[in-house]
Design a protein around this ligand. Structure first.
Ligand SMILES: [Zn+2]
Length: 389
């Protein structure tokens, strides 16, 4: 038994002072405080003094890092991405595909399914775990495609969806789709039926088309404001729906580059601590010097914190720990709420904060995915499934 203590703990819904967190065999056994419970005799005590304990971060939209893309065929690619994620506090992630030629997408999905099904190995360092796949393309709008290659976009169809589903062996947990495309409603219904979190995005939808996407099973929105029809005060469009419908969670790239800090603040006011989610949309260039990298089959260039392709923004070099601190800076949120939108909220999007899958909060029976943060939100220690203690 390991007994972990610090100044404060965020479950993240609850705040516990002088916490006592008991961990055994990679799982959380008890979450309590030193005032309520004695440290069990014989347990190993870890005291993080003025630190804050929180659940591990969860990134549901990430393409790569450390010079590697999650669609790379190299067996070294995912472990390198995963080690970098762990160093920034991410314990679980959802590798995200970009639109690519069909064969490249199908083989990437099969490799990602292999990684998700692989037993955890302790031999290659502390690594974030892939828990499911985010299929970002190809069912996206040609006029809001961002840098997704136009030649490889597909009109949504059940036949195409089935091919992706089979290649991924059912591990697609999030799918970004533009609801206004012909065939989209049918695909949204089928994906939602299979437990996929359908995320509206890369979309030029009118308000009515966005609402039809919601009625069919849409529950989330992808990088709000980016690759989305802009908000018009007499033509609210998809953004009007995303910002006002409380049933819809939504994510944002809070790097201050993709969306102005003031608009991040506006977004957080609209969605609140209940429905806002932080993502990185990070590319291979994350954590690397300026230069040229790959995003799926695209070449991207990084200079001064901007990742571009042909002059357009092409993913980010953001890490989730920085996004959490940016939320405190841009919107004056406290650390507890900022942590919530990088832990519990993304876990709910992928439906993994329940009795079968316990990620995103610290509670008995859950995975021991634990962060030790400084009061300013810097990651001091990442513990994944009990490893890293
Ligand atoms: Zn992306």
């Amino acid at each position: 038994m390991i007994a972990i203590t610090a100044a404060t703990l965020f479950t993240p819904l609850e705040r516990i002072e002088q916490p006592l967190l008991l961990v055994e065999d990679g799982s959380v056994v008890e979450v309590t405080s030193r005032a309520r419970r004695e440290t069990p005799t014989g347990s190993r005590v870890l005291d993080f003094s003025d630190g804050i304990l929180a659940p591990g971060y969860i990134d549901i939209h990430i393409h790569g890092g450390a010079g590697r893309d999650v669609m790379d065929a190299s067996p070294e690619a995912l472990p390198e991405v995963e080690r970098q994620l762990a160093s920034h506090g991410v314990s679980s992630y959802f590798p995200t595909t970009v639109t690519a030629p069909l064969d490249a997408t199908l083989s990437a999905l099969a490799r990602l399914a292999d990684a998700i099904e692989a037993p955890e190995s302790e031999s290659s360092g502390l690594r974030a775990r892939p828990l499911g796949i985010h299929l970002e393309g190809p069912f996206i709008s040609p006029c809001r495609r961002g840098v997704h290659p136009p030649a490889d976009l597909l009109t949504p169809s059940l036949v195409a969806f089935e091919r992706f589903w089979d290649a991924a062996r059912g591990h697609i947990r999030v799918m970004t789709i533009a609801p206004e495309l012909p065939g989209a409603i049918e695909v949204i219904k089928e994906a939602a039926k299979r437990g996929v979190s359908v995320s509206l995005g890369h979309s030029d939808a009118s308000l009515d088309a966005a609402r039809a996407g919601m009625a069919a099973g849409g529950r989330h929105a992808t990088h709000t404001f980016n690759a989305m029809r802009p908000l018009g005060h007499r033509d609210p469009g998809i953004l009007g729906e995303v910002l006002t419908d409380p049933r819809l969670s939504a994510d944002i790239i809070a790097d201050g580059v993709h969306v102005d800090p003031l608009i991040v603040e506006l977004f957080l006011k609209a969605k609140g601590p209940e429905a806002a989610v932080l993502i990185t949309d990070a590319t291979a260039a994350t954590g690397m010097p300026d230069g040229r990298y790959h995003l799926g089959s695209l070449e991207v260039e990084v200079k001064d914190g901007r990742c571009t392709s042909g002059g357009n923004l092409a993913g980010s070099v953001l890490t989730l720990d920085v996004a959490v601190r940016n939320v405190m800076k841009f919107a004056q949120w406290d650390l507890q709420n900022a942590v919530r939108i990088a832990t519990l909220n993304p876990a709910r999007v992928v439906r993994m904060n329940n009795s079968q899958n316990q990620i995103g909060s610290l509670k008995p029976g859950g995975r021991a995915d634990i962060l030790v943060l400084s009061p300013a939100g810097e990651v001091r220690r990442t513990i994944i499934g009990g490893a890293g203690i």
